[in-house]
Design a protein around this ligand. Structure first.
Ligand SMILES: NC(=O)c1ccc[n+]([C@@H]2O[C@H](COP(=O)([O-])OP(=O)(O)OC[C@H]3O[C@@H](n4cnc5c(N)ncnc54)[C@H](O)[C@@H]3O)[C@@H](O)[C@H]2O)c1
Length: 266
């Protein structure tokens, strides 16, 4: 006879002593994920182009050696290699990578006015996920590592003049399932596609403000409100924790208040 399955309490610190690198982690969704990882008992290495914002995180969090910041440009392989090496040296181990950094705003000029260099720069979130994963994987393979990529609902639906952003985010969704197959069972790889997330309250102190959102902004969402960085961060923690998501890899999770399930006819 087998044993009675136990009723297990939820672990309040599912990332206890797990080390997670977060690109673009000094502001917005990335900062939300970093704070959730700290709240879940983990340690964070945040990399960001904005040095003032990164330093402000360390000062405001006051978590000593559990939080680490280094300037990072995910579009530069030299910068990525230096960031991953410095995070590894600081913590001695790496368990998670969140590929979150991306250029601001989805809109680009009409395609025939878009030169190749601009197109390439607008794909930085995809290129950065490749570079950061490439440099982090040797360490992530050692102890049930996890990668969480941040794409967008724009991988699936568009406004005009957003081709490069849509291509980058669609590429991230496909990159995720391909990498999950290559790296299993040592490393799990998943992707979160956020909808509209208001990030104004998660900026560096000088630029921080309460989001200005209308009733219509909120009401058009089936859940009745625009999203917050915490909405993305809670799922990121779950996907990073081997104890909660050990059977989950190669998947996309859309977190958009139900917007992509809503008929848009006027
Ligand atoms: N906010 C939304 O509504 C929304 C919706 C869907 C997807 N996303 C995606 O979520 C991610 C985060 O978006 P956000 O709204 O929090 O952005 P944000 O602009 O508020 O924060 C992004 C952070 O990344 C940093 N960054 C930008 N380029 C970088 C680079 N090359 N290297 C390192 N750091 C860099 C910025 O300095 C900033 O601190 C992006 O990939 C974005 O495409 C956002």
């Amino acid at each position: 006879m087998s044993l009675t399955p136990p009723i297990s309490p939820w672990n309040p610190e599912p990332l206890a002593r797990r080390v997670v690198m977060i690109t673009g982690g000094a502001q917005g969704i990335g900062r939300g994920i970093a704070q959730a990882v700290l709240g879940a008992g983990g340690c964070v290495a945040i990399g960001d182009l904005d040095v003032d914002a990164g330093k402000a995180c360390l000062a405001e969090w006051n978590r000593g050696g559990d939080a680490f910041f280094k300037r990072l440009d995910v579009a530069s392989e030299r910068s990525v290699a230096a960031f991953v090496a410095a995070a590894h040296k600081h913590f001695g181990q790496l368990h998670g990578l969140v590929n979150n950094a991306g250029p601001p705003g989805p809109h680009v000029p009409p395609l025939e006015e878009l030169d190749f260099a601009t197109w390439n720069a607008r794909l930085a979130s995809l290129h950065g996920a490749f570079l950061c994963s490439r440099h982090a994987l040797p360490a992530l393979r050692e102890d049930a590592g996890a990668i969480v990529n941040i794409a967008s609902t724009r991988a699936h639906q568009s406004e005009p003049r957003s081709e490069a952003y849509a291509a980058a985010k669609g590429g991230l969704v496909a990159f995720t399932h391909a990498l999950a197959l290559s790296e299993g069972p040592q490393v799990r790889v998943n992707v979160i596609s956020p909808g509209w997330i208001a990030t104004d309250a998660w900026r560096a102190p000088a630029r921080r403000r309460t989001p200005k959102l209308s009733k219509a902004d909120h009401a058009q969402h089936p859940v009745g409100r625009v999203g917050t960085p915490e909405d993305i961060a809670h799922l990121a923690v779950q996907l990073l924790a081997p104890s909660l998501s050990g059977f989950v890899t190669g998947q996309e999770f859309i977190v958009d208040g139900g917007m992509t399930r809503k008929m848009q006819y006027v």
